[in-house]
Ligand binder design. Structure first.
Ligand code: NAD
Ligand code: TYD
Length: 352
């Protein structure tokens, strides 16, 4: 594709910044526009190493602002959209569901309307890619996996808002023939993740000798995928995924929270030259998350079979690289854990 104009929303966030970096470096002939409202989770420092690239433009803006988005699409005439901007943290959705409805549902529909208006039924070479989560499928027991056919059963305000946005994306395909593609991915980990999610929060707290808060008994299971592997999957799906289709993305890598946190403690003891067992003493069991989903596990055979994608990295290696990144990027951590983070931290954990 020559001079392809691609809008990536949420590109200053965790996954978005990895996607922007991959596309900027892999497709120098594309013009990449990163639209981000720079909420607490968005950080332009995540893209410091690539922001000078001639094919990159940052636009500060809110996907909820319909007039602004319509004008932007009219002006830039994007060929494609990869939509990642969202409120993404379950605990915040429990504290404030409405923000999730506004950004995740309304914001997505605002983007769909803007794409529909500029493409005006001329869909040749056009694509709207909606990035979603496995949490829309609900919670598994000990057996089974989420496939693309699993019925939606969201249980948190976050997953309900993402499920709703997925439905709107599919509805715009069926009703207006908008050329959409979707993916639902499992939990990501890696560099540049805001330290409110389990892995970066634990790394940060082990380093500072703070409590590692385990919700409930710690026996909830998540399927972890290295963020760069998610970015690779997004690349493959954007270019080769079939219009109207959904692809599940996962790591085939299930871990109980408590086992994962103990593994992190062990690796951190080694890297910080602490006595074995030191960091585990920080583990503190706290009140369970309301409506806490027990188990997520993705069956990612469709994307492997049809598009040839599979995870590239073993978990222990990925965790080790991730810890090294946080230990070597003090300045980034200090910046994102300043200010409003402190208020959030106190309200979430110190009063739990
Ligand atoms: P994140 O919270 O790190 O980043 C979200 C980004 O969106 C931030 O840069 C933020 O500033 C921006 N944003 C938020 N509201 C906005 C608005 N109204 N207008 C414009 N920009 C706005 O999230 P993430 O973990 O990188 O997740 C990205 C996407 O991937 C989300 O759609 C999420 O649902 C999905 N996803 C995440 C995971 C995961 O494990 N993190 C797994 C599967 C799917
Ligand atoms: P999280 O990283 O918030 O992702 P999600 O809720 O989207 O899966 O949480 C991952 C798991 O870790 C989840 O089961 C909740 C649990 N958890 C804790 O036990 N303690 C914590 O401090 C956090 C943030 C999460």
């Amino acid at each position: 594709m020559q001079s392809h104009k691609l809008l990536i929303t949420g590109g200053a966030g965790f996954i978005g910044s990895h996607v922007v970096r991959l596309f900027l470096t892999k497709y120098p002939n594309y013009s990449i526009y990163n639209l981000d409202a720079l909420t607490y989770a968005g950080n332009l420092e995540n893209l410091k190493d690539v922001e000078h690239m001639p094919n990159y433009t940052f636009i500060k803006g809110d996907i909820k602002d319909a007039a602004f988005i319509q004008e932007l699409f009219q002006k830039e005439q994007f060929d494609g959209v990869i939509h990642l901007a969202a409120e993404s943290h379950v605990d915040r959705s429990i504290a404030n569901p409405m923000e999730f409805v506004l950004t995740n549902v309304i914001g997505t529909v605002v983007l769909l309307n803007a794409a529909r208006a500029i493409w005006n039924n001329n869909f040749d070479g056009k694509r709207f890619y909606h990035v979603s989560t496995d949490e829309v499928y609900g919670s598994l027991g000990e057996e089974g996996f989420f496939t693309e056919e699993t019925a939606y059963d969201p249980r948190s305000p976050y997953s309900a808002s993402k499920a709703s946005s997925d439905h709107f994306v599919r509805a715009y395909h069926h009703t207006f023939y908008l050329p959409v593609v979707l993916s639902n991915c499992s939990n990501n980990y890696g560099s540049h993740q805001f330290p409110e999610k389990l892995i970066p929060l634990c790394i940060h707290n082990i380093k500072h000798n703070k409590a590692l808060t385990i919700y409930g008994k710690g026996d909830n299971v998540r399927d972890w995928l290295w963020v760069n592997d998610h970015a690779r999957a997004i690349d493959v799906i954007y270019h080769s995924g079939k219009i109207g289709e959904t692809y599940n993305i996962g790591g085939f890598n299930e871990w109980k929270n408590i086992d994962l946190v103990k593994t992190l403690c062990k690796l951190m003891d080694e890297k910080l030259n602490r006595q074995p067992g030191t960091s585990e003493q920080l583990i503190t069991y706290v009140k369970d998350r309301a409506g806490h989903d027990m188990r997520y596990a993705i069956d990612a055979t469709k994307i492997k079979r049809e598009l040839g994608w599979e995870p590239s990295l073993q978990f222990e290696e990925g965790l080790s690289k991730t810890i090294d990144w946080y230990l070597n990027n003090d300045e980034w951590l200090n910046h994102v854990t300043g200010g409003t983070y402190k208020n959030y931290y106190v309200s979430q954990y110190e009063k739990r």
